[in-house]
Unconditional design. Structure first.
Length: 458
């Protein structure tokens, strides 16, 4: 995860080079704001030495591009929409120099994602390889670095989209669409040490906004055990100092290398070492209450997030072949008590309205789903639609939303390949449900219902 930071994000090149030298492979790249320029380049799959060479060859001062008005008059742009003195075409031109013209998300060697925020709907938007395969990466990066009062926002389809950094500097949640087995490395510039209150109204407002964003980001990173944060100390350079950064690229690369090297020394090259929090020194007596307040806030946020997850992700998704419609009703019957008593929601494709796009309907359903149940049968495996279209899309979307996949065997499938055979079945595969006696079937379905309810409560 490559966070925001303007020209300071050049330090990520050195940090990522150290990770590559340690034998760490990049399963995906997610980025925000200026981190998107580096992230997109790394996602092409180039070795880091080539990434660094390309960054060294680019004149960052071109990002200031062609002003919307000449000379000092460009600041008049702040008085009229879109309140931006610079043209973002320079961002596209630099990205084309870095990754080549016309490259789409689907052509990236490593899955890539970046983000923006719609000022009108107040919604975060994520542009990703999984969902925007045909979109040009350069256009997504242009949107991602739409820094207010600097570059113009992206206007299309009734949206006004700007840099997501106004809401999140390091959106670690973007990586949640991948399996939990991978460690997460988050990169962002370190905050400069602060020993006194900010002086001046401008600095005070900047500090207020930054504190609000950073507190949420740090909380989310702290709550993910597999997340590792590398903070690069670049205190003598402001994020918008393109001239200075152009001449100080070696310094920035080295700052990233040192920060990553120090972190790997603690974690080990497999990233499994214990995370270390910053040392705060001795605790004066008058700080004890404040530290307890921090712990209390963290505990409350954690408890609320857990409760919210149960509320918003209490749905069971059932996938089946239409040949087995009768079995759908049989399997759903033992779930009724949990629907009544625990508020369990059950979704299947009978709830798709006529004329509704099935992919969109399934995607929306999975976004509210915690557990998915597949009813596997010869009809399920023989269906060309399920095999070629629905199942692949379903499994990919389930992984993106971290949905737990369960399955039962309705009837024997012989030697037919089972695309979910690597997942533990919910009952003994030697005796499919249709081979059980009536009493045994009732007991088996009751046990399956209990397990599904437990999965949803877990």
């Amino acid at each position: 995860m490559l966070g925001s930071g303007g020209v300071k994000t050049l330090a990520y090149v050195g940090a990522l080079a150290v990770l590559e030298e340690a034998g760490i492979e990049f399963a995906s790249i997610s980025a925000c704001s200026a981190g998107s320029l580096i992230g997109a380049l790394v996602a092409t799959g180039l070795p880091m030495r080539e990434v660094q060479a390309r960054v060294e060859a680019v004149d960052l001062r071109r990002l200031l591009g062609k002003p919307s008005l000449p000379g000092p008059l460009r600041y008049v742009s702040w008085l009229r929409w879109p309140f931006a003195p610079y043209d973002s075409d320079a961002v596209v031109q630099i990205m084309e120099d870095l990754i080549g013209p016309g490259k789409t998300f689907g052509e990236m060697a490593i899955p890539f994602a970046t983000a923006g925020i719609d000022l009108l709907s107040k919604q975060l938007l994520v542009y990703a390889s999984e969902t925007h395969a045909d979109m040009k990466v350069t256009e997504a990066v242009r949107i991602a670095v739409g820094i207010p009062l600097f570059f113009p926002p992206h206007e299309a389809g009734g949206r006004v989209v700007v840099d997501a950094a106004i809401a999140t500097h390091c959106p670690i949640w973007m990586v949640g669409r991948f399996d939990d087995e991978y460690p997460i490395v988050a990169l962002q510039p370190a905050d400069a040490p602060v020993t006194t209150p900010p002086q001046g109204i401008g600095r005070f407002i900047k500090t207020i906004v930054g504190a609000g964003v950073a507190s949420r980001d740090h909380y989310l990173i702290d709550e993910i055990p597999r997340a590792r944060l590398i903070e690069v100390p670049v205190f003598d350079l402001e994020m918008e100092q393109f001239d200075a950064a152009q001449t100080r690229k070696p310094y920035l690369f080295e700052a990233g290398r040192r920060a990553a090297t120090a972190c790997l020394r603690d974690w080990g090259n497999d990233l499994s070492g214990e995370r270390r929090r910053a040392q705060t020194g001795s605790r004066p007596a008058d700080r004890i209450h404040d530290e307890r307040a921090v712990m209390t806030a963290s505990a409350m946020m954690r408890g609320f997030a857990n409760r919210l997850s149960r509320i918003s992700r209490s749905q069971l998704f059932i996938s089946y072949s239409h040949r087995d419609k009768a079995w759908l009703d049989v399997v759903k019957a033992p779930l009724e008590p949990y629907v009544e008593l625990r508020g369990l929601q059950v979704w299947d494709d009978t709830r798709i309205e006529a004329g509704e796009m099935w992919r969109d309907a399934i995607d929306r359903a999975l976004a509210s789903t915690r557990v998915a149940l597949l009813l596997v049968s010869p009809g399920f495996l023989a269906s060309p639609f399920i095999r070629r279209e629905e199942l692949g899309f379903f499994l990919e979307a389930a992984a993106r939303y971290a949905v737990k996949v369960r399955w039962v065997l309705l009837s024997a499938i012989g030697d037919a390949p089972n695309p979910v055979g690597h997942i533990q079945a919910m009952h003994d595969m030697a005796t499919p449900l249709d081979a059980l006696s009536a009493p045994d079937l009732v007991r088996a379905l009751a046990a399956i219902a209990r397990q599904l309810a437990a999965d949803l409560d877990g």
